[in-house]
Design a protein around this ligand. Structure first.
Ligand SMILES: Cc1cc2nc3c(=O)[nH]c(=O)nc-3n(C[C@H](O)[C@H](O)[C@H](O)COP(=O)(O)OP(=O)(O)OC[C@H]3O[C@@H](n4cnc5c(N)ncnc54)[C@H](O)[C@@H]3O)c2cc1C
Length: 375
């Protein structure tokens, strides 16, 4: 399988790079410092079509496919991980509705999400589990033409700002179902924003569902489809996390090359020390491997291939690369890496989450090994 970018993909990559450089980069440190959701930037991103890159034109998207999508996420994250994550998380709710929604659900929810008029969230995790669907405690019961949802979700990105969410809950038979829930519904109660290590400004919070009534036509797929919806949607989510890893690694390498040329020790630039060169060479090699694995997985998805193993592999590799590369960048920057005046400090804090959310690295290894040992 060869990857040669199309003219449209190159145009999207260059357009998002320019937007990220001129509009996102100047805001990155402020978003990190204040931890405030950047609503004005969200609106600018919506106007540029950034929430619609892979989604069909009939729902307001660009219909540009998943390779263009990972290129866009990578470029945004290179400027600000938090801003790139806004697109990825919106993408989770969108992807679930695109794959499993009825035409009416797509018109009512997918379209405004794709156009950035509404903010979406995707709520699976609870205090008791982020890895095991069987351990979910949020419950649904059917009551006439409505479902009633009760439970508490934790660490939900966009929870403080969302207009709607795709919510996972368990029925009396133990099977998981997914529902589209509007934020204005009585009983929808976002909690206090989490005080996190990184990924600031993304509105991560607990989400209490206190007997929230959902119209029966807001069930996504059929009753009991929740696990399938989760797995398929999360595969695309993992691909986006891999693209986040690539964006972080590229930003870490950029900063390190710049710094190594400028900083002197023992009367010469530290770039002339072989130890610095080794670190930079290792960073570059890891970055390129993560990048092409991510592009290839995006191309497989575009070709209609099941990417459950491929997405696990590229997330596992790219997230590890981002953590290692941002750590190497800290080493190259010496004491200045520890200062908030230098970007590598933020990259180091933001990188770690890629190994945790949308399935931890351990869970990715389980998925990969199970798939191979079954074959
Ligand atoms: C900033 C942030 C944003 C997030 N956004 C969202 C969101 O928008 N929506 C959402 O639903 N969730 C979100 N999450 C939650 C995230 O997806 C979960 O935290 C993650 O899946 C891990 O779940 P856990 O914390 O319950 O870990 P646990 O499942 O408790 O795992 C703890 C440890 O045990 C290991 N482990 C667990 N099971 C196994 C196993 N079977 N085999 C081997 N090792 C295992 C794990 O790898 C990990 O090392 C977010 C989290 C953060 C921090």
């Amino acid at each position: 399988m060869a990857i040669a970018f199309t003219e449209d993909q190159i145009a999207i990559q260059e357009g998002v790079r320019e937007f990220a450089h001129s509009r996102v980069l100047p805001r990155a440190a402020e978003i990190d410092r204040t931890d405030i959701f950047p609503r004005d930037l969200w609106q600018e991103m919506a106007a540029h079509g950034l929430f619609g890159v892979p989604f069909p034109e009939e729902y307001g998207g660009l219909g540009a496919g998943y390779v263009a999508y990972v290129l866009a996420v990578e470029e945004l994250v290179r400027a600000s991980m938090s801003v790139g994550v806004l697109v990825s998380v919106q993408g989770l709710a969108q992807e679930a509705i695109l794959r499993f929604g009825t035409e009416e659900q797509k018109q009512r929810y997918l379209k405004p999400l794709v156009q950035g008029e509404k903010i979406g969230c995707f709520a699976f995790t609870e205090a008791g589990t982020g890895s095991d669907p069987k351990a979910l405690m949020t419950r649904w019961v059917r009551d006439g033409q409505q479902y009633v949802l009760a439970g508490t979700k934790t660490f939900i990105t966009h929870a403080t700002v969302a207009d709607a969410g795709v919510i996972f809950a368990k029925g009396a038979d133990g099977k998981v179902s997914a529902f589209i829930v509007e934020a204005g519904s009585p009983g929808w109660q976002p909690g206090r924003q989490e005080d996190k290590l990184g990924l600031h400004g993304t509105g991560t919070a607990e989400l209490v569902l206190d007997d929230v009534r959902v119209p029966a036509h807001n069930l996504l797929g059929r009753e009991g489809d929740g696990f399938r919806i989760l797995l398929q949607t999360i595969s695309v989510g993992k691909l986006a996390v891999a693209a986040q890893g690539v964006g972080i690694s590229q930003a870490a390498l950029d900063a390190s090359v710049r710094y190594a040329r400028e900083r002197t020790a023992y009367g010469k630039p530290i770039a002339q020390f072989q130890t610095t060169q080794w670190l930079i060479a290792e960073m570059a090699a890891r970055l390129e491997a993560a990048r092409w694995l991510t592009y290839r997985t995006a191309q497989l998805l575009e070709d209609g291939t099941d990417i459950s193993r491929a997405a696990a592999q590229c997330k596992l590799f790219s997230s590890r690369a981002a953590v290692q590369t941002s750590s190497d960048a800290m080493q190259i920057h010496g004491a200045y890496s520890y200062s908030k005046d230098y970007v590598v400090e933020r990259l180091y804090r933001d990188a770690k989450i890629t190994e945790i959310y949308e399935g931890t690295s351990e869970i990715q290894r389980v998925i990969i090994a199970n798939a191979l040992l079954r074959e």
